[in-house]
Every structure is written in C-alpha cells, then in structure tokens.
Design a protein around this ligand. Structure first.
Ligand code: MV4
Length: 445
C-alpha cells in the first residue's frame, strides 16, 4: 500500500481524499495555490506545498510544479480528484515516468474514452447500445445533410474531443444545418484544438442516468448501480440521486451489464462511470465514460456502503475486487451548494463567508471545505460543498434534505440553497417526473 499520497486538487474533494487516507494510515501532501493558503485541505493534510499563483494554469494544472512537489515530499502516489488533471493522459503518463502511481486508469484507457468517436466505435464492437448516427467524422456540410436525411431529423452535432455540451448543436431541419455545422466546428476548434464533429439522432427529453463501475488489473469489473443526474442547468449538474426514480430492476440489470461490458472492453482499471441517455421507452444509449471519481460519487457510497476513494486507492495499489455487483439498499440525494445567486441567473458570488452553520442530524452528510471566515476565491468553480440526505425511501430522503436545507445558514455570499429548497417542494420533482429539460422551465419564486 502507498505510504504517502499527494492530492493534486483543492476544495471539498481534496478534503474528502485526505479523510480516507487518514483512515487508511496513509500520509497526505496537500498542494495549494496562493489563493488557497487558508483552505482546509492545507490545514488537514500532513504536509502542504505551495505550487503557484491563483490561476489554475499556474498551479493546479501546472505539471512541473506538481511533480516537483511530489519529489520533494517523496510521495509515492498522486490522487488527481476530479476536474483539473484527472482525465489528462499526459499527466498520468508523466507520473508513471517518475515512478509515482497515478491513482486512476492508465493513459491508454483515458485516451480510449477521451475521443468520443473512438469511444463510440469501441462500444459498438463491445455490443453496448449507442445512439444511432453516422460513423466517424463529418467532412462537409453536404455529407452532414445527406446523413441527417438518412438518420431523420432532429439530429445533434457533437465535438469528438468534447463532452459536457461544448461544440454541440441540435439541428431540427435541413435549413439549419449549414449554420449549425459551421458554428459547432468553430466552437470545437476553439475549445479543444480539434474541430472534428460527428452526428447522432437527437434523443428528445432524455434522462441522464449513469452507472458506477469498478475494475481491477486482474480483469474483474463490477457495477455499483446508477445515479440519476437529470437535474442539470447548462450542463452543470445540481442534484444527483441513487437509485433513479425511473429505474426498474430489469433496466438496472440491462444497464449494469452494458456498463460492465463497456469498461471490460478497455480492460478498465480504477473506479469510473458510464453515462447513458435513457428515453421515455426505457431505451438506453452509451453517451460517454468518465475515467475519474466524480463529484456525485457520494450518493453511490451512501446507498451501497462503500468508500469509493478507498476502493480507488486499493485498486491502484494492486488489490483485487470481489467482482460481484452492488445494489442500492437506501435512497440518497445530493444537492450541490454553489456560491451562486439562483435569483440572478446563477451568477457566481465569491467572497467571505461571514456566518456559517452547517446542518447535521440523522441521515445527513456534508462534504465541504468551508468554515466561518473562509474566503471563496473567484478563480475556481463555485461549488462550496454538498449535502447528501440518506433515508430508506425517496420521499423520506427528500424530507430529510428539506429539513437539512432549512438548517443551513450561510452569510456573506449568495448560495444555491434557496433553489434546492424550492426544488424539494416541487410536485414533479417529488413524483420523480423529470428529464434533462426540467430546469429549462423552472423559475425561482
Ligand atoms: C445528446 C442529447 C440528445 N441526443 N445526444 C449533453 C452533454 C453531452 N455529454 C451530451 N449531451 C446530450 N447528448 C443525443 N444523441 C442530449 C444531451 C443533453 C444532455 C444530456 C445529459 C444531461 C443534460 C443534457 C442537457 C442537454 C442536452
């Protein structure tokens, strides 16, 4: 097992990883930018190294600075968390070249899923359902128009280097194709330095349901059931839950089996997530694979009784997994608390938290790096924590969440707490009656 792990991240996930390391008897090294010198992850780690200026490119994304920090502290492994360098194959490669274990998949596995066309081809070969569409890159507007006629409108154009919505265009009829093709390509080129786009049938009003998987280096892969992430706004998830209110035992078996096939196809090692679109007829289609621990991993932890960070570290150190699948025994809902103003188009609201009271009590978990007096820097994403409510039934979990939100006091900055309070009272949400379009017609009262 590792003796000392450097955590190449900040905020709540850095703290989350430090907590598990402490329980496992592993020493920790925090890295921090000058903007994060008073952050809790710096205080709670065994050692801390400043790696640069506030801008991510100068600190959390600066590979030479991170490698220097790992070498001077003699860390034998690096945990990348999520975001930043978590899905950067070159970083994983460089860690390996320095004899430092990257806690995650190999560079080859990251690359296999990083290019969406390659990933889709791999899934087709593995027998995982994908959205009907063209094979490979589009090379002209004419080709796009011809293909769309075959597939049938509406279609969607996606960036092969994309994910998360950038370089994506829905096209409802042929007259829109030229403009959509041109702008999707330009946006993809500007965002990813790769302007390749491909086409799929547009699945209308889908649910976003993802399956947590784990694989070890001995070829065993298992799934740990689903998370419903349909409550999103501009491709930012706000609420996640497990199990999905839309799930049936039969669909879980089918999606779980497909997710295991997907991960097995690339001999995946580590924890990971297979994202699916699910239509109203319960047809499901592979969307992409996340080769990292995700923000919403906590709901899976709470319903399956696993510490997924511990599993991830154990797998990286060469331990094997049982190979059996795991099913929800409870219901868990997670609300992301962002320093944003839900009454003002979710505008970021950085600054000092002057007063803080965090909820507690039965069935409530808080993952947050905040404290009274903490200054939320403007340089990074605005998530300041997560509340997870756990109960035997979905209705009870919603009631626990409502109660917890009502206890949460944050002064000094605006937060998404009022949004979540209103959502927990929403009739359609309570009935489980929502798709990825739900928040488009949601207005703050
Ligand atoms: C789609 C789709 C409908 N049909 N693909 C959004 C982000 C990227 N990962 C893929 N996305 C979508 N792909 C087809 N063929 C609808 C979306 C989509 C979406 C997916 C999940 C959660 C929220 C979403 C919001 C808008 C669009």
């Amino acid at each position: 097992m590792f003796k000392k792990i450097l955590i190449a991240n900040r905020g709540e996930i850095a703290l989350r990883i430090i907590r598990t390391c402490r329980e496992m008897g592993i020493k920790t090294v925090a890295v921090y930018s000058t903007a994060d010198k008073d952050s809790l992850h710096v205080k709670f780690a065994d050692e801390a190294v400043c790696i640069g200026r506030p801008q991510s490119a100068d600190s959390y994304l600066n590979i030479p600075h991170l490698m220097a920090a790992a070498e001077i502290t003699a860390a034998d492994a690096i945990h990348p968390g999520y975001g930043f360098l978590a899905e950067n194959a070159r970083f994983a490669q460089i860690c390996g070249e320095h004899g430092i274990k990257f806690i995650g998949p190999t560079p080859e596995m990251i690359n296999a899923m990083g290019d969406k066309i390659t990933a889709k081809e791999t899934m087709i070969k593995a027998g995982v359902p994908v959205v009907p569409g063209g094979e490979g890159l589009l090379s002209s507007v004419e080709e796009a128009k011809g293909l769309a006629k075959d597939i049938g409108y509406p279609v969607i154009l996606k960036a092969t280097a994309g994910g998360g919505g950038k370089g994506m265009r829905v096209v409802w009829e042929e007259s829109e194709m030229e403009r959509a093709y041109t702008t999707a390509k330009a946006e993809a080129g500007a965002s990813f330095k790769n302007d390749g786009v491909y086409m799929e049938k547009f699945v209308e009003e889908p649910r976003h349901i993802e399956i947590q998987i784990a694989g070890d280096r001995y070829g065993k892969v298992c799934h740990m059931s689903e998370r419903d992430c349909s409550i999103q706004r501009r491709h930012q998830k706000l609420v996640e839950e497990s199990p999905s209110p839309f799930m049936t035992n039969d669909l879980r078996e089918k999606m779980g089996e497909a997710a295991v096939k997907a991960a097995s196809a690339i001999n995946y090692e580590s924890v990971g997530t297979i994202e699916f679109l699910v239509d109203k007829h319960k047809n499901f289609y592979f969307m992409e694979m996340n080769t990292r621990i995700q923000v919403e991993h906590c709901v899976t932890e709470e319903v399956t009784n696993f510490d997924l960070i511990k599993e991830q570290i154990k797998i990286a150190s060469g331990e094997s997994i049982s190979g059996r699948n795991y099913y929800p025994e409870m219901h868990a809902i997670e609300c992301r608390i962002n320093a944003e103003d839900p009454y003002n188009d979710f505008r970021p609201s950085p600054g000092k938290i002057t007063v803080l009271h965090q909820p507690g009590g039965h069935g409530v978990r808080i993952d947050s790096h905040t404290y009274a007096g903490y200054i939320i820097p403007p340089y990074y994403d605005s998530m300041i924590g997560k509340i997870i409510a756990i109960a035997r039934t979905r209705e009870e979990a919603i009631n626990t969440m409502s109660r917890a939100l009502s206890e949460y006091v944050v002064e000094g900055v605006k937060t998404t707490i009022p949004f979540h309070q209103q959502l927990m009272r929403n009739e359609d949400f309570r009935k489980g009656n929502f798709t990825t379009k739900f928040l488009e017609s949601f207005t703050m009262l």
